[in-house]
Write a protein that binds this ligand. Sequence first.
Ligand code: FRU
Length: 498
Amino acid sequence: MAGGSYNVGHDAPRQYDGRVTGGVTSMEPFLKKFFPSVIHKMNNDSGEQNEYCKFDSQLLTLFTSSLYLAALVACFFASVVTRTFGRKFSMFFGGIVFLIGAILNAIAGNIVMLILGRLLLGVGVGFANQSVPVYLSEMAPAKIRGALNIGFQMAITIGILTANLVNYWTNSIKGGYGWRISLGLAAVPALLMTVGSVFLPETPNSLLERGHTEKAKQMLRKIRGIDHVDEEFQDLFDASEAAKQVEHPWRNITNPRYRPQLVISFLIPFFQQFTGINVIMFYAPVLFKTLGFGSDASLMSAVITGVVNVLATLVSVFCVDKFGRRILFLEGGVQMFICQIGTGIVLGLKFGVGGEGSLSKGWADFVLFLICAYVAGFAWSWGPLGWLVPSEISPLEVRSAGQAINVSVNMLFTFMIGQAFLSMLCHLKFGLFFFFAGFVFIMSIFIFFFLPETKGVAIEEMHVIWEEHWFWKKYMKMEDTHNSGHGSSGASTSAKSV
Ligand SMILES: OC[C@H]1O[C@](O)(CO)[C@@H](O)[C@@H]1O
């Protein structure tokens, strides 16, 4: 499946570098060079050491999370570039900026270079994030769009695992420059993306959007491998014309008729981040080190959680169309809740509020098991469904606005949790796990009552599920004050996820 390989190839930079930092921030030579105060705190053996606060440094968290802030800002520019100059150009530009960021990070001699490089990486991520999913959705034949959508999250998890493996290796390199290799290797997927984007065909939708009607038809023939594409082309053409009529997608989405889309496009990425997943993904090595695992063992544990993440995401590829979204969301929620409460209790008992103590091997293994089960629960529920559901519920006329909300909310809260985690751990201590468990409880209730099943429902028929829903149906009857757009555009039969 060609689309699958586009996916993995092109999302790799975002994932590789976004995550490689989690490991780097637990490497001593790196900390010594850029964050000596953290090292000082770590080595403080005055006996009053608080395990939870070992790594608390605003600068250190800023280093990790600044990428997402840059991505958040960049994705708004990227949406204009992607529309005006095409998906290919957006990927190419993102790749180049990302490449410069990776080089700057690898040769960084001071904290300014380090953070500047990271901001550039963020800009690259913003562009890739905006263009790659759109590209995939537009290239995919309708019947494998769902699988491809999860392919996006699959690529994310593979990128995280690769980053963890690289860190595991570079951590063992003598000479104190391992972190440079970790950060610099981000140039590999960046190059892949830049060069790859030159050779990729442009999507028919993008060609149509920019007025190249005949080229668009030829391209559709080429990528489908058949001559008779009239029907699909007509759908694309109609959808593109209908989208051109929508002058105010942002005003459209505030219409009561689109209330479920507005609320869900905001809440799903918000909740996805408040599962606390990135505490594990960004800081697993730091977290495991805090729990008393050695430096090497910490990274190894991060590799283990990385493998679990990939495999469990695969599970959802096979289950999502068979068992539906709701059951995965709910099962994943229960599993995460139990594991978080379990981890919180063990840490509470072993470290108490004072944060002094250690874990015996048996208890440490048990915590590792709980964290792996938590990651698995996330990886077959909120991970992939966090992208899939918002993209499939919006009719064409509000799709771009819905998707922009989804991506920006995701980046915003990834940033906020990345930024806040180390001091949350320091202040909330083991309560941090109860904090996220509380959110998992709330989000599961939300899914139970407010998210109807979307499995097997054609996108253009999606309005029916809201009209029949006990809560959302009242919005469907409300007067349309802004315009005459209906929840399902007749032109949206090709159901492009943009
Ligand atoms: O697999 C974990 C990853 O999945 C996401 O929640 C969504 O793509 C990321 O924020 C996270 O790092």
